[in-house]
Design a protein around this ligand. Structure first.
Ligand SMILES: [Zn+2]
Ligand SMILES: [Zn+2]
Length: 164
């Protein structure tokens, strides 16, 4: 969403609601997981407090993927937070919070995509206790047990070797 900052920068007490659907499809290559519909629902506000222009957004999105353990389809709803200060010039400050704006307009989509990218979980699981797939026969162990573990345990193999 393109925000007009003309008044926001110069008006102490300025406040504006920000609410829109962000299209993440231009950023899909940056994202480690697939976002449902390539869309995020953004809500928050742009406000000026004592001359400091802040942008606070909550970015709601849903990951559509497969469980890292059992490969079953899984979706996960998540919310990424954005909280930055928009500035017209940077004075040697190296900060994640300050965002340099070089015109009176600011496009929020890049910031939203970055927040989603940083929020993506390293693990996607259908449930915390997912038992995953048997590495031997591929059985989904959440559905039923197999007896590979019994047969393949290192102790059994050792025993077989001694006895054989
Ligand atoms: Zn799973
Ligand atoms: Zn098995």
């Amino acid at each position: 969403m393109r925000l007009d900052l003309t008044r926001a920068f110069v008006t102490d007490g300025f406040e504006k609601k920000v609410e829109y659907e962000a299209d993440l499809s231009p950023y899909s290559d940056m994202l480690s997981r697939h976002v449902s519909g390539c869309k995020a629902s953004v809500s928050g506000r742009l406000f000026n407090r004592a001359g400091v222009l802040c942008l606070e957004l909550a970015v709601r999105y849903e990951i559509a993927g497969v469980c890292d353990r059992c490969c079953e389809p899984v979706t996960e709803k998540r919310t990424a937070e954005v909280s930055v200060v928009l500035v017209k010039e940077l004075q040697n400050q190296d900060s994640d919070v300050l965002v340099l704006v070089d015109s009176d307009f600011f496009e929020t989509d890049g910031l939203v995509a970055e927040a989603v990218m940083l929020d993506m979980p390293s693990k996607l699981l259908c449930s915390e206790g997912c038992k995953g797939l048997c590495p031997v026969c591929g059985q989904n162990l959440n559905v039923k047990k197999c007896d590979c573990k019994k047969r393949q345990s290192p102790f059994d193999i050792l025993k077989q070797e001694y006895n054989g």
